[in-house]
Design a protein. Structure first.
Length: 183
């Protein structure tokens, strides 16, 4: 059984060294929880991520809460969430204290510009892994691509896209059910 302090430590390290938020940390969580320690299977992990994506709130904290809860119940959820949140809290506190003094510093500006491509890669890597793992062929890949283009290029509300995709999934499920049962 995983120790509570180990859950805190895992998520603290991930929270401290991941830039870009929850999606960027997915690869690190998967490596730490699934690959290295074998606390859950890949299928369990990605099913968990599917549930976490549908929950309101901060994705990184929800992921830590859910993994912690799955592994050690309520105490595991608390320790994991604290571990994930504490590095960001401290960093934001420090930045808030000193940002007005360094915000116009050219070196700081360049550092932030240099970090941006890394954040994109950290977010893209788990997306590609999820596509591969779910054997999402060209017949299905159009859904996330069209969704992303609608949101990014045409400024369609993500809520509307999610609702349309959900309705489409239900209709497709009904169609497939009827097709298989010849109703």
């Amino acid at each position: 059984m995983v120790r509570l302090i180990e859950l805190f430590k895992i998520f603290f390290q991930i929270g401290a060294f991941t830039l870009g938020g929850g999606y960027a940390m997915l690869s690190m969580v998967e490596i730490a929880i699934v690959d290295k320690r074998k606390y859950m299977s890949k299928e369990e992990f990605w099913d968990l991520i599917a549930v976490v994506q549908s929950l309101p709130g901060v994705f990184a904290i929800n992921t830590a809460l859910y993994v912690g809860y799955k592994l050690r119940g309520k105490k595991g959820a608390i320790f994991s969430a604290l571990g994930a949140a504490l590095p960001s809290f401290v960093a934001i506190l420090l930045i808030a204290m000193f940002f007005t003094e360094i915000k116009d510093n050219e070196v700081v500006e360049r550092i932030f510009k240099g970090i941006r491509p890394c954040v994109v890669a950290l977010i893209l890597a788990p997306a590609v892994r999820l596509i591969k793992q779910n054997s999402m062929g060209w017949k299905k890949i159009w859904i996330p691509l069209v969704s992303a283009i609608l949101i990014w290029r045409f400024k369609v509300s993500p809520i509307l896209v999610i609702l349309v995709v959900c309705v489409g999934a239900v209709l497709y499920g009904i169609y497939m059910y009827r097709k298989m049962n010849k109703v």
